[in-house]
Design a protein around this ligand. Structure first.
Ligand code: G3P
Length: 216
């Protein structure tokens, strides 16, 4: 399973990248706004900086919702760097735009996916990635991980090549479960990635080893 970091924060991207386990980055308008990135030029510059920091796919989301503007915006985003993947919402014009991008050699990440039916449409349109929002499904009282498993099963039976990118990850446990469910990619906040490190027996064991090392 590939590890992406879900943030627009450069310090966090650097920290995850320095660990040596980072395969890419996903962003969204909320995450970009959180970093105070405003205006077309600043947005493009920020994406370019991320692309130069991380050797992997970088998702950049379109801000429009009609076919023609999504295509124009996506073409501009894709021109920033070869690693840019255009993130497109799961709406009617979005599906149409994903198909257009597929036919024109531009890679896409279909976002805001909450059902198996939406995931089938994304795959049919040729999306490179599909992003089911696990945490937001959990928030509404459903089981987000079950959706990852269901999409995995459908894609395998049907031979769809779209990669399943588990998004809206909220914990280290979510990452483990996404791996169990066969997600191709998990995009995570830095805290969830670092959460995987934690085990009290590791800390106790290391303290003992260090203490005994003084007697060596
Ligand atoms: O980038 C999409 C997704 O990961 C959002 O996560 O935590 O806002 O539901 P969250």
């Amino acid at each position: 399973m590939k590890f992406f970091i879900d943030t627009g924060n450069l310090a966090q991207i650097k920290e995850a990248n320095d660990l040596g386990i980072l395969d890419g980055v996903t962003t969204n308008p909320s995450l970009m706004a959180k970093e105070g990135i405003k205006g077309e030029e600043a947005i493009a510059k920020h994406y370019k900086t991320i692309c130069e920091m991380v050797d992997g796919d970088i998702s950049a989301e379109v801000l429009s919702t009609d076919f023609a503007t999504i295509v124009e915006e996506g073409k501009k985003l894709a021109a920033i760097h070869p690693n840019i993947v255009v993130k497109v919402p799961m709406i009617k014009d979005g599906v149409k735009a994903i198909k257009w991008f597929t036919d024109n050699g531009i890679r896409t990440n279909c976002t805001l996916v909450f059902s198996a039916g939406q995931a089938i449409l994304a795959a049919k349109a040729g999306a490179s990635y599909v992003s089911p929002f696990v945490g937001r499904i959990d928030d509404s009282g459903w089981d987000g991980m079950q959706l990852i498993g269901q999409i995995r099963q459908i894609y395998d039976i049907q031979g769809f090549k779209t990669e399943i990118l588990a998004a809206s990850i909220r914990s280290a446990l979510h990452i483990i479960q996404a791996a169990e469910m066969g997600a191709d990619v998990c995009t995570c906040p830095l805290d969830s990635i670092l959460g995987l490190l934690k085990h009290p027996l590791t800390d106790i064991g290391l303290a003992k080893f260090l203490e005994d090392a003084k007697k060596m």
